[in-house]
Design a protein around this ligand. Structure first.
Ligand code: FAD
Length: 396
């Protein structure tokens, strides 16, 4: 593997760096730096700024509106975003719906759906999980019954991130009952404004609303919104999940957390017990080393000829566990300072308020730590990913 940078790569990296320096709104950078989730209006604004530059999904092939970045350039692009504390683009359109549509969709679907993703004009959510179908996704029950030139959708999804802001959902539904549960599933592109859709919030432990339940009650989906062959969606779903897990490594958030931990350790060390300082230093050093190892693993998977599910699962496992350890270190360093001050306004989910944090690195530390607990499950539970790695990588 040759990961050395060409002149083109260096030029591209400098261009991204300069663009972010000039175009990233300061208040957005600050919210992201503190680890708070970006509000929907801010996310749309930022995506549209990137869209004007053609940088919402620059790694997409040129024929589908991307820049056809090499894996190294894609890595540099994400790396510069991390270094500048720039919010990353939500992955549902960029990494999941877009590649699904340009790989398996019709020319009409590509023409209809890809340009608004690239312009930051339409946002997507992922309709896979159901109350009784998460790890065991093939047991999903949402039904799409053919009626003339449409499907009628009934059932429900759960844990649907950003469904309350999404314009469309790529939805896995059962179009026929087959003996093998993986058969009979189809992919539908569902307009979230369709009559019969109800979205209910699920508030998460960080006090924010990202997650939802979505109910379908006789929702009509035109047949030309089905992606690929009817009943064949299982293989397309595996493609989507592999993309999701590859992008779940989240190096940018790791590095931002490490920067915060380093700042805290330097500032707080003089007032701490020397034994505690040594232990914190060890933890930080180990996390730095593990992050470098993860970085190389990401590059290896990105430059491999074919994305493999097991490689993506390994990245998901390592990336999520590391992100949790980094957030935990930050909270341990802060001690009681990490605790938000509760007030009549409720839980401090909003960086517009200071909530009495004394340390400049405290806002957002606890909410980040709490939300990262969800990574044990989100994007595929740890035990299940370990099973995939054991089976596919080691033949166990
Ligand atoms: C923050 C967050 C965001 C999410 N966003 C979305 C989204 O946008 N769209 C979407 O479709 N889904 C989303 N999900 C759902 C997520 O994909 C599922 O939660 C996940 O696949 C696990 O499914 P489950 O919740 O049904 O848990 P289960 O599958 O019931 O698992 C419960 C526990 O049992 C263990 N387990 C299950 N099967 C096995 C096995 N075979 N061997 C060993 N252990 C096993 C698991 O590891 C886990 O610890 C999100 C989840 C979270 C937490």
């Amino acid at each position: 593997m040759d990961f050395s940078l060409s002149q083109d790569d260096c030029r591209f990296r400098d261009e991204v760096r300069e663009f972010l320096r000039a175009e990233l709104p300061a208040e957005l950078r600050e919210r992201h730096r503190q680890g708070f989730h970006i509000r929907d209006d801010d996310h749309r604004r930022w995506t549209q700024i990137l869209g004007r530059k053609g940088w919402v999904a620059p790694e997409w092939p040129r024929e589908h509106g991307g820049l056809g970045l090499t894996p190294i350039q894609r890595y540099l692009f994400d790396e510069e975003f991390g270094a500048a504390d720039a919010p990353t683009i939500l992955s549902f359109g960029r990494n999941l719906a877009g590649p699904l549509i340009y790989t398996f969709g019709t020319p009409e679907q590509r023409a209809r759906f890809l340009p608004p993703i690239l312009a930051g004009a339409e946002f997507w959510c992922q309709g896979f999980s159901e109350p009784n179908a998460g790890s065991d996704l093939a047991s999903l029950q949402t039904r799409a019954e053919p009626h003339g030139d449409a499907y009628v959708l009934n059932g429900g999804k759960i844990w649907t991130t950003e469904a309350h802001h999404a314009d469309f959902m790529f939805c896995l539904a059962r179009t026929s009952a087959e003996e093998k549960r993986q058969n009979g599933l189809s992919f539908l592109l569902v307009d979230m404004k369709s009559p019969g859709i109800t979205v209910r919030p699920i508030w998460s432990i960080d006090g924010e609303h990202h997650l939802n339940e979505v109910f379908f009650d006789d929702v009509v989906v035109p047949a030309d919104r089905r992606v690929g062959e009817e009943g064949q969606a299982w293989s397309y779903a595996k493609f989507v999940l592999t993309n999701e897990r590859t992008s779940a490594a989240g190096l940018d958030r790791m590095k931002a957390g490490l920067r915060r931990a380093r700042r805290l350790l330097v500032r707080l060390a003089p007032g701490l017990d020397p034994t505690a300082v040594t232990q914190f230093r060890r933890r930080l050093a180990q996390l730095e080393v593990d992050t470098i190892a993860l970085e190389w693993a990401v590059l290896r998977v990105l430059t491999a000829d074919a994305r493999e599910m097991a490689g993506a699962s390994a990245l998901k496992l390592r990336g999520s566990a590391l992100a949790q350890r980094v957030a935990e270190l930050v909270v341990d360093l802060l001690g009681p300072e990490a605790l938000p001050q509760f007030s009549d306004e409720g839980y401090p989910h909003n960086a517009d308020h200071n909530y009495g944090f004394a340390d400049p690195d405290a806002p957002g530390a606890m909410t980040t730590h709490l939300y990262r607990r969800a990574l044990t499950i989100a994007g595929g539970a740890y035990e299940v990913q370990r099973g995939i790695v054991a089976k596919q990588m080691f033949g166990l």
